[in-house]
Design a protein around this ligand. Structure first.
Ligand code: NAP
Length: 264
């Protein structure tokens, strides 16, 4: 407890799933969290849960990560209210599972606009405020996916966007490092995590879930807390010699899928 005491951290896509799990974990580590999402009603609902659990209101704000105008407004508010930013979790994202012949150009572009361009804008503005207001110090955690490490069947747009997030993180980590600035940028690569993104897609198909579970060496599906723990580590001083790195949080699924002979 207290690993992130007094650190000002912005989380995107915070109203449900992994983002919500991150906010809950960061609050338990005493961070000062600004929780954002494009779904304001759901964000308000989650806020009510955090108030009950932690006994205080936190700052919540509307942010569509694909909109540069929204990002500028949120960062200006942070500068005016908190005065600085220590951490950013670029978590919000969308998935579009379609084979190439069914994927329209508009759908492909939308996936890049949210997952990759949204992460780019957030990273750019966070580096800017960290440079000016926190002596060029801070930690940015970009949520990619194992799809961004290996590619996933019928998932070209999503895999491309998440591969982009992975490489953007490494390239910007190099860029700030070359200036001897202490802004660390790392990516996290979840496997199958039980969130609305997954359940809305696959529903209650128990056979499917059992098949997925069997493909995971550690024998269970992921939980938002699993990802939130990795995010907390990367935001905290415990990881202060890590930048441009990637943490895979998948119970071993990626190595099993990419050539490992694995049988449950
Ligand atoms: P989720 O349950 O769908 O939650 C994502 C949240 O982000 C939703 O509240 C969503 O709002 C919001 N969001 C989407 N687009 C946004 C935008 N343009 N601006 C602001 N908010 C936006 O998803 P999740 O499973 O928690 O996923 C979180 C992140 O982890 C994503 O980047 C995802 O790609 C990544 N990931 C997830 C898994 C997994 O198995 N769950 C695996 C690998 C990587 P709406 O409901 O309005 O879209």
């Amino acid at each position: 407890m207290g690993k992130l005491k007094n650190k000002v951290i912005l989380v995107t896509g915070a109203s449900r799933g992994i983002g919500k799990g991150c906010v809950t974990k960061l609050l338990s580590e005493k961070a000062s969290v600004i929780a954002t999402d494009r779904d304001e009603a759901l964000l308000e609902e989650s806020h009510r849960e955090w108030i009950v659990k932690f006994g205080k209101r936190i700052r919540i704000q509307f942010l569509d990560i694909a909109s540069e105008t929204d990002w500028i407004e949120v960062m200006s508010d942070i500068e005016a209210n908190e005065g600085l930013l220590h951490g950013l979790v670029n978590n919000a994202g969308i998935v579009n599972l379609k084979p190439l012949e069914e994927m329209s150009l508009e759908e492909f572009k939308e996936t890049q606009d949210v997952n990759l361009t949204g992460t780019f804008i957030g990273t750019k503005l966070a580096v800017d405020i960290m440079r000016r207001k926190n002596n060029a110090k801070g930690s940015i955690v970009n949520i990619s996916s194992i799809s961004g490490q290996t590619g996933t069947l019928n998932c070209g747009a999503y895999s491309a966007s998440k591969g982009g997030v992975r490489m953007l993180s490494k390239a910007i980590a190099l860029e700030v490092g070359a200036k001897r600035e202490f802004i660390r940028i790392n990516s996290v690569h979840p496997g199958v995590i039980m969130t609305p993104m997954q359940t809305e897609r696959a529903g209650n198909d128990e056979e499917l879930w059992e098949g997925i579970r069997k493909s995971i060496p550690l024998g269970r599906l992921g939980k938002p807390e699993d990802v939130a723990n990795a995010v907390t580590y990367l935001l905290s001083d415990l990881s202060d010699f890590m930048t441009g790195a990637e943490l895979t949080v998948d119970g071993g699924m990626r190595i099993a899928l990419s050539g490992g002979q694995y049988n449950d």
